[in-house]
Design a binder for this molecule. Sequence first.
Ligand SMILES: NC(=O)c1ccc[n+]([C@@H]2O[C@H](COP(=O)([O-])OP(=O)(O)OC[C@H]3O[C@@H](n4cnc5c(N)ncnc54)[C@H](OP(=O)(O)O)[C@@H]3O)[C@@H](O)[C@H]2O)c1
Length: 310
Amino acid sequence: MTDKTYTLNNGVSIPALGLGTWQSAPGKVKSAVSHAIRSGYRLIDGAYCYGNEDEVGQGIQEALASGGVKREDLFVVSKVWTTYNTRIEAGLDKSLKDLGLDYVDLFLVHWPLLMNPEGNHDKFPTLPDGSRDIIRDYNHVDTWKQMEKLLGTGKVKAIGVSNYSKRYLEQLLPHATVVPAVNQIENSPALPQQEIVDLCKEKGIHIMAYSPLGSTGGPLTQAEPVVKIAEKHSVKASTVLLSYHVARGSTVLAKSVTSERIDENKKIIALSEEDMKALNEYSDKLTAEGKVQRFVYPPFGVDFGFPDKS
Ligand SMILES: NC(=O)c1ccc[n+]([C@@H]2O[C@H](COP(=O)([O-])OP(=O)(O)OC[C@H]3O[C@@H](n4cnc5c(N)ncnc54)[C@H](OP(=O)(O)O)[C@@H]3O)[C@@H](O)[C@H]2O)c1
């Protein structure tokens, strides 16, 4: 099912499934990316912050060199890191150089905050007390205005945001000349974020779901309602977790550096209405009990407007 695609609000086609590369260690990520492309993945999700875009690029080149796949068949995603949110094009250029590419298909604002561009570290500057060096006098709309300018450079096919809550989107949209094509958010039956998904749908912003397995170690593969549905269909729990997003009309990103899992994660099944009802009831129960599970929330000390964190 890796050939399923959606059309973004600017007409660009995006695959339903992608390979994630966060925490994919150097020495492993090149072969993971190369293997994924050769086995049918077309979307590779990366970011400057992950510190491995050079190897991701090598994996892409290896797969292209093996034949059968051309650059234009691929959908490469990168994200500008928070220390570059006032220097968007410079951030993009760094990623392109590392990747060895002259354009990315989608470029995202990784998080809507500014860490000190002139701080004591390129990615994670700190203050003398050890806390993160964050510039509080910052408006994320200014970053978006710089993102919009990239569309004229030929270095990006589409632009979007990541980790945008409903509150932040509502701040951004009245000022946007270009509506973001994508909002990449953590999403799973344990963190449905329905208010964001609904707003994005209404505004024509495509959802890319990250950490679908619950991130490191894939803990959501143990969730009881997920396991039950997997048993019913004689598939792995991971298949149910990934298929959930395609049933919701989203793109899903699964990270693995393990060839067998990269292959296994290509399997997407059509979940029935009954399956989705059971997963939605699980989401509703966790929401009502205040037990939704957010696995990725860096300690920035900023209120991004997510109800479970505000
Ligand atoms: N925009 C953002 O701020 C943001 C934040 C987080 C993630 N992302 C993107 O989304 C991608 C996916 O999210 P994620 O990396 O947090 O987590 P994830 O894809 O939910 O889970 C990855 C973990 O699950 C394991 N795994 C993979 N396939 C499995 C399977 N079939 N069965 C059991 N375990 C399996 C992986 O192990 P092995 O690798 O050892 O196989 C890894 O430990 C990221 O890599 C990144 O590209 C974006």
